[in-house]
Design a protein around this ligand. Structure first.
Ligand code: NAD
Ligand code: UDP
Length: 308
C-alpha cells in the first residue's frame, strides 16, 4: 500500500507518516516547509519506504505509480501562522485540496481530508456535533482558515458525489504533542515555553474561553480507524475533556512546578468562546475514544520541549 501525505513534515503529518510506515505502508510525504520542518521527518529519511518531496501542493503535482491513500494535511494550522499567511492558507485549502482530489481520482485512491473544529466558528451549539453547520465570520481574520476548510469539505463532497471518490473528512479538535513548534503561537507551546522560563503565562481575554485538548497519538489512532472504516460523513476527533484557558494555565504551572504568574492580554478577534467535540459518532462507528490523560500527554510534551 502506498500513501501520499501532504503536510507530512508538520506536527500531525509527521506522526501520521510514522504510523503508516509502522503499518507497512510506503509513504510519499509532500511539504513546502512553510510551517513544518525537514527535522520532523529526518529520522525517516533512511527508511526505504519513505520519500520526501519538497513541493507547494497548491501547484499541481504528478506522482508516478500507484497510490492507495491520499491524506491531505497541508495547511498552516496555528492562528498566528494563518494570520501571517492568509493567501497561502486559502490556496492550500482550495487549490491544494483540488489538486490532491485530482490525484485521488487519477489513482482511484481513498482520500482523507484534515478538516477542523474551526469550521464550526464561534459555535452557538455546545458541545459540537457533526450535524451543526457552524457560526463563521467569512470576512474576519480567521476567515482565511475557516472558509478554506469549509471549501475543502465542500469540494471533497462534490468529488465524492460527482466522481464517486471514496472520501473521509476528519474534523480535528485542538491537538498537542511533540513536534509542535515552540514559537507556533498556539496555547500549548506558548504556555510550556513560558513556564519553562518561569515567565508569566499569557492568557488572552479573561481566560473563560474553553478548549478541549487531545494528545497526538490518540488522534492518529482515530485517523487511521476513520480511513479504514466505511462511511464518508465528517467525523469529529478530539478529546472532550474541556478546560477554561485560565484553569489550563494554572494546571500547566502546577504540573511543571513553575514559579510563573498569569498575565492577561487582549483576546484575538473572533476567538471562539467554547469548544468541545461531541465524539458520539467516532465512538459508535470507529469504536474510538481518546485514552491519554492531560497529565500524561502534557508530561510527554514538556519532556520533548525540554529536549529541544
Ligand atoms: P503544522 O503547521 O505543523 O503542519 C502543516 C504542514 O503543512 C507543515 O509541515 C507545512 O509546511 C505544510 N504546508 C502548508 N502549506 C503547504 C503547501 N501549500 N504545500 C505543501 N505543504 C504545506 O500544523 P498541524 O497542527 O500539524 O496541522 C496539520 C493539519 O491538521 C492541518 O491541515 C490543520 O488544519 C489540521 N488541524 C490541526 C489541528 C491541531 O490542533 N493541530 C486542529 C485542527 C485541524
Ligand atoms: N491563548 C492564550 N494564550 C496564548 C495562546 C493562546 O490565552 O498564549 C488562547 C487563545 O486565545 C484561545 C486558546 O488559547 O482562546 C487556544 O488558542 P490556540 O491558538 O492554541 O488555538 P485555537 O483553538 O484558538 O485555534
Amino acid at each position: 500500500m502506498r500513501a501520499l501525505v501532504t503536510g507530512g513534515a508538520g506536527f500531525i503529518g509527521s506522526h501520521l507518516c510514522e504510523a503508516l510506515l509502522e503499518r507497512g505502508w510506503e509513504v510519499i510525504c509532500v511539504d513546502n516547509f512553510v510551517t513544518g520542518s525537514k527535522k520532523n521527518v529526518e529520522h525517516l529519511l533512511d527508511n526505504k519506504l519513505f520519500t520526501l518531496i519538497e513541493h507547494d501542493i497548491s501547484q499541481p503535482l504528478e506522482i508516478k505509480g500507484d497510490i492507495h491513500g491520499v491524506f491531505h494535511f497541508a495547511s498552516p494550522a496555528s492562528p498566528i501562522d494563518y494570520l501571517k499567511l492568509p493567501i497561502q492558507t486559502l490556496k492550500v485549502g482550495g487549490l491544494g485540496t483540488h489538486n490532491t482530489l485530482g490525484i485521488a481520482r487519477a489513482k482511484k485512491a481513498r482520500y482523507l481530508l484534515a478538516s477542523t473544529s474551526e469550521i464550526y466558528g464561534d459555535p452557538e451549539q455546545h458541545p459540537q456535533k457533526e450535524s451543526y453547520w457552524g457560526n463563521v465570520n467569512p470576512i474576519g481574520v480567521r476567515g482565511c482558515y475557516d472558509e478554506a476548510k469549509r471549501f475543502a469539505e465542500a469540494i471533497t463532497m462534490a468529488y465524492h458525489r460527482y466522481h464517486d471518490i471514496d472520501t473521509r473528512i476528519v474534523r480535528i479538535f485542538n491537538t498537542y504533542g511533540p513536534r509542535m513548534r515552540i514559537e507556533d503561537g498556539r496555547v500549548v507551546p506558548n504556555f510550556i515555553a513560558q513556564a519553562l522560563r518561569n515567565e508569566p503565562l499569557t492568557v488572552y481575554g479573561d481566560g473563560t474561553q474553553t478548549r478541549s485538548f487531545c494528545y497526538v497519538t490518540d488522534l492518529i489512532e482515530g485517523i487511521i480507524k476513520l480511513f479504514e472504516a466505511p462511511g464518508y460523513d465528517p467525523v469529529n476527533l478530539g478529546n472532550p475533556d474541556e478546560h477554561t484557558i485560565k484553569e489550563f494555565a494554572e494546571r500547566i504551572i502546577e504540573i511543571m512546578g513553575a514559579s510563573s504568574s498569569i498575565v492577561y492580554k487582549p483576546l484575538p478577534a473572533d476567538d471562539p468562546k467554547r469548544r468541545r467535540p461531541d465524539i458520539s459518532r467516532a465512538k459508535e462507528r470507529l469504536k474510538w475514544e481518546p485514552k491519554v490523560s492531560l497529565e500524561e500527554g502534557m508530561q510527554k510534551t514538556i519532556d520533548w520541549f525540554k529536549s529541544q
